[in-house]
Design a binder for this molecule. Structure first.
Ligand code: B12
Length: 582
């Protein structure tokens, strides 16, 4: 299906794998994606693809989404150049949202220019915004659309591409006037999110219209586990020191003065609408209390009235009062996520998260008391102030949490990897925040992604942990947590054994790489051939390493999709559209 000629679209949005030739280096990406639903090539495309696509479609543009990363992951024999060559488009949009996609995005752009020299290539996303001047200087990039909200600017850009107008008038755009780099003002920064949705209905319609179910699939196991997301805000009031969209970062780099929220009634409606089409978990991005307590109350009450049955996954940016959990008791299936980073209050507070471990435990207790079904607690390796023993104490603390609260509380630990995020307080002021930044430019990040293992990709060290330490302690901590999870009955024997085996295999492979390369990860004299061979070792990219994929999941009832309802809604939309045309 994907090899047939695709009819001309105005804009084709393409999501690349983080590393373009990952198949040749797949053994060594390690656990960098272990606590997100993606494989380590980060095949999940930005949710923003759907809102750009929806806004442009509503304004008469023909937009398609192609998840190239997913296609390459699931069809290893695919001829990518031939596939790209058959796409007909007026412009291509490439997601360079997450910096780990630096390599994939640039290689994709280069290949697109080879096969379609006259079609403009547009970059967008947070990392494109941060590095826009460097990115536009590559000969195979024509435009960078900056900001965390590009729907309106993308429409203006596409209108200009179509009609041949003046690019100087397109807001948020970095472009080239002949060879001169021009940076237009970043003027379009939405103050509210009510005009944009990430409507899965539009996505379903597009998928069926273009027979593109597979090209639009968001993650490798989505058909088995079709988790969906609803976005409540853009920007953040908090200042976690390692976040690239913290309050500091949004003001300094994304032109955003205030957080933009979607009205609570609309958030509740998004969730309710979605629950008509899928029985899978719905992850709500952004703490419901981020705007205000009244905001959270409105969402909860509306969802309770609508009797939504899906598992809802909520975030806690901060600890909440008891009444919050009592109100949530009105909902059927609630789950939580919190990211304290460490058990150590001082270290946590220095990283910008102001609640104490005691307050967090109080929250967990109140949540469970009020029927919360799963409470995930995320710890991290690579926070300044942490040394090896502090990390291992965090793991022991995680063990105590599991003993105290039982199976409903699931702790995770993972490295801050591969990169300290650009635009974050720590990236901008590494010394002040206890980091040593090893490289800073876009080009150096792109080159880092060509290194033979995730150790050499890391762009930072902390005052107490070198890159070597971070890697070693990641496997030690993962292994100890795996043991504790078996002891407390959080995982069964088979899972424990599988994870232990993967950790040891991964460790051994990394040791072998280390013998063949120098301190920067470049092959030692005469070791190039051996290294290439080793890098081709066949290791699964879709299985978790320091924990099992199943541990981060929430239940899906029956098949996940309500196909009859999806079909009926799509047919209804088409009939309405045809009636409108007449
Ligand atoms: C929700 C979220 C996730 C979700 C994914 C949601 C998704 N599919 O988009 C999950 C939890 C899976 C996730 C994972 C990761 N995330 Co995340 N995530 C966020 C979060 C909290 C909100 C993002 C959001 O809701 N945006 C709103 C949606 C609607 O807009 P959007 O997708 O950003 O798209 C808009 C613009 O960015 C832009 N745009 C984006 N792409 C393109 C492309 C083109 C061509 C154009 C024109 C425009 C454009 O226009 C869009 C519409 O306006 C942010 C932090 C924050 N507060 O923003 C971190 C954040 C974006 N994530 C971050 C990171 C590092 C990751 C991971 C790499 C972490 C890891 N090692 O596992 C992974 C990568 C996952 C993958 N691709 O497989 C960093 C990115 C920093 C950076 N510059 O690289 C952030 C900023 C947090 C941080 N720690 O600093 N993440």
């Amino acid at each position: 299906m994907i090899h047939r000629i695709i009819p001309t679209a105005d804009l084709v949005l393409i999501h690349p794998p983080s590393i373009f030739d990952f198949a040749d280096r797949k053994a060594f990406l390690g656990p960098i994606s272990n606590v997100v639903p993606s494989a380590p090539i980060f095949e999940m495309y930005p949710i923003g693809f759907s809102s750009i696509s929806e806004h442009l479609s509503q304004n008469g543009m023909n937009v398609r989404i192609v998840n190239l990363a997913y296609l390459m992951l699931t069809r290893p024999k695919m001829d990518v150049r031939q596939f790209l060559g058959r796409i007909r488009a007026r412009a291509f949009g490439i997601s360079l949202h997450w910096l780990p996609h630096a390599h994939g995005a640039m290689e994709l752009s280069r290949m697109l220019k080879e096969v379609h020299p006259d079609v403009p290539v547009i970059f967008g996303g947070y990392s494109s915004t941060y590095f826009h001047r460097e990115i536009i200087s590559y000969p195979y990039v024509d435009f960078v659309l900056r900001g965390d909200s590009t729907e309106r600017a993308a429409l203006m850009l596409m209108e200009t591409v179509k009609t041949g107008g003046d690019f100087a008038r397109v807001p948020n755009l970095t472009w080239k006037d002949n060879r001169r780099i021009v940076v237009n003002d970043l003027m379009v920064v939405e103050a509210r999110l009510n005009d944009f949705t990430n409507s899965y209905r539009t996505m379903f319609r597009k998928a069926l219209k273009y027979c593109a179910l597979s090209a639009m699939t968001p993650i490798h196991d989505w058909w088995r586990y079709p988790i969906t997301m609803i976005v409540t805000c853009r920007g953040c009031k908090k200042n976690c020191s390692f976040c690239g969209e913290s309050n500091f970062a949004m003001k300094r780099f994304l032109g955003r003065r205030e957080v933009a929220f979607r009205d609570p009634e609309l958030v509740a409606k998004d969730i309710t609408d979605l629950s008509r089409f899928t029985t899978a978990p719905i992850s709500v991005v952004g703490d419901l209390r981020h705007a205000s307590d009244a905001y959270a109350r409105t969402v909860i009450d509306r969802l309770a009235d609508a009797r939504v049955k899906n598992h809802l996954v909520l975030e806690l940016f901060d600890t909440a009062p008891r009444e919050y959990f009592q109100r949530l008791g009105r909902l059927e299936h609630v789950n939580f996520e919190i990211s304290p980073g460490t058990h150590d209050d001082d270290i946590r507070k220095r990283s910008g998260r102001m609640y104490s471990t005691h307050e967090m435990e109080e929250n967990i207790a109140w949540a469970l008391e009020n029927g919360v079904e799963k409470f995930d607690v995320f710890f991290m390796i690579g926070i300044p102030g942490q040394d090896e023993s502090s990390v291992m104490e965090t793991v022991d603390y995680a063990g105590r949490l599991m003993k105290r609260f039982g199976k409903r509380v699931m702790p995770f630990i993972s490295p801050l990897a591969p990169f300290l995020d650009p635009g974050s307080l720590s990236f901008e002021h590494p010394e002040r925040y206890g980091y040593r930044l090893l490289f800073r430019t876009f080009r150096r990040h792109l080159e880092a992604l060509e290194k033979p293992s995730w150790k050499y990709m890391l762009n930072y060290e902390t005052k107490h942990l070198t890159r070597d330490d971070i890697v070693r302690v990641t496997y030690d901590a993962g292994s100890r947590l795996n043991d504790l999870k078996r002891e407390t009955g959080h995982i069964d024997e088979t899972t424990h054994e599988t994870v232990s085996r993967r950790i040891e295999e991964n460790r051994a492979l990394l040791r072998e790489v280390d013998l063949l390369v120098d301190r920067e990860g470049n092959p030692k004299a005469g070791a190039g051939g051996k290294l290439k061979k080793l890098m081709k070792t066949d290791v699964s990219l879709t299985e978790g390493i320091i924990c099992d994929n199943e541990e981060i999941k929430w239940p899906v009832f029956t098949s996940g999709f309500r196909f009859i309802r999806i079909g009926a809604a799509v047919i209804g939309d088409v009939v309405r559209w045809m009636a409108g045309r007449r």
